[in-house]
Design a protein around this ligand. Structure first.
Ligand code: RB5
Length: 149
């Protein structure tokens, strides 16, 4: 699978680990930065990955900041993005089964490398269940159209 990956300085080291095991598992990784653990602004890098996803240059995106919260906030500002902050493989599984999440978010300061690997594997290998969950996703998109800020 082709996956865009982005982090800020607080997610940089986990991003490098995630890149390694994605490549080892045969995925194609598009790293949009950052490229060093030097202080940067997470919205800038989150946006670069989201742009690739929305232009269909990649199938999924993985975003990593310190907590995962900032990256979740920026990602979910864009229609068509369903970003899920996952702390464990169960959340990653449910984010795919029920929410058809297309962006995985993790916190570089709260997730160990081994756990991150399990989360990523689960996220990339679990299908969407569809059915009533599809209806709910469509409802989210239509409700979002009602208020333009
Ligand atoms: C950076 O210090 C930190 O604020 C950022 O990585 C992230 O956790 C924000 O939500």
């Amino acid at each position: 699978m082709k996956v865009a990956i982005a982090s800020d300085h607080a997610g940089y080291f986990l991003k490098e680990k995630v890149k390694d095991f994605l490549r080892r598992d045969g995925h194609e990784v598009v790293d949009v930065g950052c490229h060093a653990a030097v202080s940067v602004d997470y919205p800038e890098y989150g946006f670069k990955a989201i742009e690739k996803l929305l232009k269909k240059e990649v199938e999924r995106a993985i975003l990593i900041c310190g907590t995962g919260i900032g990256m979740s906030i920026i990602a979910n500002r864009f229609p068509g993005v369903r970003a899920a902050l996952c702390l464990n493989p169960f959340l990653a599984k449910m984010a795919r089964l029920h929410n058809d999440a297309n962006v995985l978010v993790m916190g570089g300061r709260i997730i160990a490398d081994g756990l991150a690997e399990e989360i990523v594997k689960t996220f990339l290998s679990t299908p969407f269940e569809g059915g009533r969950h599809q209806r709910r996703l469509e409802l989210i998109e239509s409700l979002a159209q009602k208020i333009k800020t």
